[in-house]
Design a protein around this ligand. Structure first.
Ligand SMILES: [Zn+2]
Length: 404
């Protein structure tokens, strides 16, 4: 691969990393899903400031606001507004780090909140205390929300002996919170009666009490955020994305690594040049990037640069066991996939695509990102549907997080 291509790839991946982070890494897709609907944040159209949770029906393309109150303006007091992290587990929405601001007292604090989709009941199950906390890791493992947050002694409303990070887990269905002071990190998944923990440089496991720590040798560092594929876990195989360096340079190369957690055996192969991807059920699905092919979309006079599509409007896949790539969707050049992560729910992939509009600014024509929409691809039947942007639809919301 040419050096030029690597540079593009790295830029894309750096951008992608931030997007994927905001979309919450790894195996979180299924934790944003209920009744055929995938939940996501988007900007409110009315004031262009706040954001609100929406649900996207993967069978019909319908987008609705999650907040059940039709009169609500989704301001500070609406829990569905400006959510920085969220999960859906069965019929419970979890907001593990919900920001609050009291105008009267000028106090700011964070709470962990649950909302029951069936009963419409809201409950705060953890108050992190006053004066800002560092949001740290969260995961949903084994029916629990796991959280780790930084707390300070000074205004600690709880009986915590020392300041520092504290790990907890919350039984989502039973509505029970417990502190897990023997756990330094929060687990990424559970397998064979052990918790596995994945960070940038290592995989390790402990027993269910957080003891008996065993590290797993890995060939190359894990690319953050790791995308995991658990489909072969019956055999102990875990797939993840990792990175290394080109032997002739310091340029980063991404790999797919298959590792047997029981024996430590692993194999790897280099990723194709891609835009974004999703590991699912034995395949790497990805939007390809062709540096030799650039479809001209237009020129942005304001930024003085060409807008091009070099993805071919394709969704491709390659077997994780190796083999040849194949095209599963070819929509043509007008479909420019967005940077957002490819989401998998219920065997279907959600691929966002971008839209552009032009307007005149300071006497020159400029392009700006707008609308876009979602493509839903059924990995079983091979069928797909293209849903146009929701801008100006009833309930009109911009897909601000999901546009190119
Ligand atoms: Zn609301």
């Amino acid at each position: 691969m040419k050096r030029f291509a690597f540079k593009i790839l790295i830029v894309l991946l750096l951008i992608l990393t931030s997007c994927v982070n905001s979309d919450s890494a790894a195996a979180s897709s299924e934790n944003r899903y209920l009744d055929n609907c995938y939940m996501y944040m988007s900007l409110r159209k009315d004031d262009g400031i706040g954001a609100v949770l929406n649900r996207f029906n993967i069978n019909t393309g319908e987008v609705t606001v999650l907040c059940p109150d039709p009169l609500c303006e989704h301001r500070n007091d609406c829990i569905f507004s400006t959510v920085n992290r969220f999960y859906v587990f069965k019929n419970i929405l979890i907001l593990p780090f919900d920001y609050h601001f009291d105008e009267a007292t000028q106090e700011r604090w964070y709470e962990a909140v649950r909302y029951d989709f069936v009963t419409n009941e809201t409950k705060v199950f953890l108050n992190y205390g006053l004066s800002g906390r560092t949001m740290s890791d969260f995961s949903i493992v084994d029916g629990y929300l796991w959280g780790k947050y930084l707390m300070y002694e000074a205004d600690n409303p709880y009986d915590k002996p020392t300041e520092g990070y504290r790990t907890y887990r919350y039984d989502i269905i039973a509505d029970e919170l417990e502190y897990m002071d023997d756990f330094v990190d929060i687990p990424t998944f559970i397998y064979d009666n052990r918790y596995y923990f994945i960070n940038d440089i290592m995989i390790y496991s402990t027993d269910l009490s957080g003891n008996d720590k065993i590290e797993t040798d890995i060939p190359v560092p894990i690319w953050t955020p790791a995308q995991l594929d658990m489909s072969e876990m019956d055999n102990g195989y875990l797939y993840y994305i990792g990175y290394g360096s080109d032997p002739d340079s310091d340029i980063r190369i991404e790999y797919i690594i298959r590792i047997n957690l029981l024996t430590g055996e692993y194999s790897q192969f280099q990723l194709p040049q891609l835009w974004n991807f999703r590991i699912y059920d034995g395949f790497l699905y990805y939007i390809p990037v062709y540096d030799e092919y650039q479809y001209y979309l237009g020129h942005d006079d304001f930024k003085n640069k060409d807008i091009v599509n070099n993805t071919g409007g394709k969704l491709m896949r390659i077997p994780l066991s190796g083999g040849e790539p194949e095209t599963v969707i070819d929509l043509g050049d007008e479909y420019l996939p967005s940077y957002s992560a490819i989401i998998e729910v219920d065997g279907k992939l959600i691929v966002d695509y971008g839209g552009f509009d032009t307007h005149e600014m300071f006497g020159v024509m400029t392009w700006y990102k707008s609308g876009g929409g979602k493509i839903v691809y059924d990995t079983v039947s091979g069928e797909y549907a293209v849903y146009p942007r929701t801008w100006n639809r009833p309930g009109g919301f911009l897909h601000e997080q999901n546009v190119f």
